[in-house]
Design a protein around this ligand. Structure first.
Ligand code: ZN
Length: 303
């Protein structure tokens, strides 16, 4: 549904997505395939972003997408104002803090139920202000490290006494350092290389440790928003489902210990290190069919 005040707020930001430098993504980050189905050409903000779905495994991704320098510029000053304009209320380092508190409490309850022992050290990749790492560390009595590209948000984490590392998850070299619990919360869809980041994440897990990763399920979001475009946003280069997340974990050498579907469509996975393995390719093929069928049904009903 067209929302004129929302469109005017986004227009007022004068972010010229069309003219920003982009790169095309010719092969799938999960299966390496190159048979893609283009399913939409506009995102929820009205920017001309093309969503492609790999017909072999069902991984969704933007192509073309902003290049890495453009994404860095996007996160340094455009992202939060854009999300604020979309929702019609201020969203910044402070408000994110409050909103993520509830998320952190729910996650802490889940982890307390499924982890064998409380983690002594926690790192949050893409951890923003430490709004999730902070409450988890308080709950488990652990030390906190936050890795994030946004300096304003890291400052909040630093002021709260957490160790901070500035930079993109993709560029961070842990150099052998490990943590009892590695978090990648509400972040995987923002990455430019899911497979590469999961491989790095695996190397950061202590031998008896775990990771928690969640993905915003794109089929869930299409259904909830009632359109394909409503599920697409330039801040998400990748669009995963439960199936494609499981495929990525298998390839990265991460075995699933427990799963959790949150009310907002995030599928969460508690993971432990394992040997890399071939994903369930026939299952991924069926997942691709389901996702394309969902897109077809929404298109057919005029959404
Ligand atoms: Zn694929």
């Amino acid at each position: 549904m067209f929302d004129a005040p929302r469109a005017a707020r986004i227009e007022a930001l004068a972010y010229d997505y069309d003219s920003r430098a982009k790169e095309s993504v010719g092969t799938c980050n999960l299966c390496g395939g190159s048979r893609l189905a283009e399913v939409s050409r506009t995102d929820r903000y009205g920017y001309p972003a093309v969503l492609a779905v790999c017909t072999r495994c069902g991984l969704g991704f933007l192509s073309p997408r902003l290049n890495s320098a453009e994404y860095a510029a996007f996160y340094d000053g455009v992202y939060r104002p854009l999300v604020s304009a979309y929702h019609g209320r201020l969203i910044d380092a402070e408000t994110v803090q409050e909103e993520q508190r509830e998320y952190a409490d729910g996650l802490a309850d889940h982890l307390a139920r499924v982890l064998g022992a409380p983690p002594r050290s926690i790192v949050d990749i893409g951890g923003s202000t430490g709004a999730v790492a902070g409450p988890l560390c308080a709950r488990f009595g652990a030390t906190a490290t936050v890795i994030d590209p946004a300096p304003d948000e890291l400052r909040v984490a630093q002021d709260a006494g957490m160790e901070t590392i500035a930079g993109l998850a993709e560029d961070y070299d842990p150099a052998g350092r490990t943590w009892d619990l590695v978090l990648l919360c509400q972040t995987i869809d923002h990455l430019l290389d899911v497979a590469g980041t999961l491989a790095a994440l695996r190397s950061m897990i202590a031998p008896e440790g775990n990771a928690f990763v969640d993905v915003l399920d794109v089929r869930f979001m299409m259904r909830r928003r009632g359109s394909i475009e409503g599920a697409v946003k330039i801040d998400h280069p990748f669009y995963l489902t439960r199936s494609t997340a499981l495929g990525h974990f298998a390839r990265a050498g991460l075995s699933v210990e427990s799963e959790r579907l949150a009310g907002d469509g995030h599928w969460g996975f508690v993971l432990s290190p394992a040997e890399p393995a071939e994903p369930d390719w026939p299952g991924l093929g069926k997942g691709a069919e389901r996702l394309l069928a969902e897109a077809w049904a929404l298109r057919a009903t005029g959404a």
